[in-house]
Design a protein around this ligand. Structure first.
Ligand SMILES: NC(=O)c1ccc[n+]([C@@H]2O[C@H](COP(=O)([O-])OP(=O)(O)OC[C@H]3O[C@@H](n4cnc5c(N)ncnc54)[C@H](OP(=O)(O)O)[C@@H]3O)[C@@H](O)[C@H]2O)c1
Length: 341
């Protein structure tokens, strides 16, 4: 239900059409939802790509394909209203969390979100630092689980992370080292120190044929870099390995470029071809972000232990959001935040 209270949103108008800051009437949270006044929201690579029209065909199935749209999948802020049946939070609580893909994302002064997709922030925890984490962490956790790794089985496992200096990669180094795995990072030399600080025991140069120097000794491989290297990554799994997961598969692009029928056929054939390259009984997963309660619980635990965090490079108001998008589009180091307040 619409209220008389107003807010502002960053509306993405369409490919090449830019953004507009719009005043909107806010809705009351539905049962199980809360409203959060957003202190900070991330700009992730998916936001940059969706702003250019990427993923529209498949995302239209969940109502997230049509412009104009408000982007943004994660945020931190303060609870301003509660729907029915919400006991876990009260007005004024500081929180952080995720939203599934929609056209009513987190790049806004206020966001409506399921209470189950939100975590409490402790007093003293920096909301901007927290806003950079949930979407990347949940996706990374889904990939780790997709490759067959768990908190219980990870100790001593050899794990290879491609794209290790990025958001997902850094969080994977942090979580896997916290779980006791022995982690090798693939990254560029200027990022080696950051990878080691995040928990990598070994670092391999992504710019000089990284797979030529690696042997088939890994229990799990995680691809957060490029689909072009997916088969090469699977090629270093040992016999009896747990598995491989990729977050950089062509699922959305296949449907954008080929339509429904050929998109399905191409996706099936891509998966079949790659699965055939796996060692026997190893798992193969194409990771797709979705809010996932156990992932959020793991995030909460690691945040409280101060085991996870990402460097933040740029913070912009809604009016300056194009610069935050540009930072991500250019692949610059550090996360980008929008501060709607
Ligand atoms: N499937 C899903 O639901 C989902 C969800 C979240 C993210 N993603 C995708 O997962 C990827 C990682 O996300 P992120 O937020 O961590 O991105 P990010 O912070 O931009 O990091 C990407 C990393 O991959 C490396 N990389 C990119 N292209 C490469 C290439 N051709 N060769 C070697 N390294 C390469 C980059 O290293 P350099 O800068 O050194 O090249 C960087 O370290 C993105 O492509 C993102 O779109 C997918």
């Amino acid at each position: 239900m619409i209220t008389n209270a107003t807010g502002v949103t960053l509306v993405c108008l369409g490919p090449s059409s830019g953004f507009e800051v719009r005043s909107v009437l806010r809705r009351r949270p539905a049962a199980g939802e809360i409203e959060v006044a957003v202190a900070a929201a991330s700009v992730n690579p998916i936001d940059v790509r969706r702003a250019q029209g990427y993923g529209r065909r498949l995302l239209s199935l969940v109502g997230a394909g049509r412009f104009p749209m408000v982007l943004g999948n994660d945020f931190a802020g303060t609870v301003t209203a509660l729907g029915d049946n919400v006991d876990a939070f009260k007005i004024g609580d500081r929180v952080y969390g995720v939203k599934p893909p929609s056209t009513e994302g987190a790049h806004a002064s206020h966001v409506l979100v399921k209470a189950a997709h939100v975590l409490p922030a402790r007093a003293g925890q920096d909301l901007q630092a927290l806003a950079a984490l949930p979407y990347s962490f949940v996706t990374m956790w889904l990939a780790v689980r997709g490759a067959g790794l768990t908190r219980q089985n990870a100790a001593g496992r050899r794990v290879l992370v491609h794209g290790a200096a990025g958001g997902l990669g850094t969080l994977a180094l942090q979580m896997m080292s916290a779980w006791g795995a022995s982690v090798t990072a693939i990254a560029r030399p200027p990022d080696f120190a950051a990878c080691q600080e995040a928990g990598a025991l070994e670092v391999v140069d992504s710019s000089s044929k990284p797979f030529a120097t690696l042997s088939r000794t890994f229990d799990a491989t995680l691809n957060f870099a490029t689909w072009d290297d997916d088969l090469a990554l699977m090629g270093v799994l040992r016999d009896g390995a747990l598995g491989h997961a990729t977050a950089v598969h062509p699922l959305l692009a296949n449907f954008d470029e080929l339509g429904w029928v050929r998109g399905v056929l191409k996706t099936l054939s891509d998966k079949r071809r790659h699965r055939a390259a796996l060692p026997k009984n190893a798992r193969y997963a194409w990771t797709v972000f979705k809010p996932e309660t156990p992932a959020l619980q793991e995030l909460r635990e690691l945040v409280e232990q101060q085991r996870v965090g990402l460097p933040i490079a740029i913070q912009e108001s809604l009016a300056g959001a194009a610069q935050a998008f540009d930072h991500v589009k250019k692949g610059r180091r550090g996360r980008a935040l929008i501060l709607p307040g």
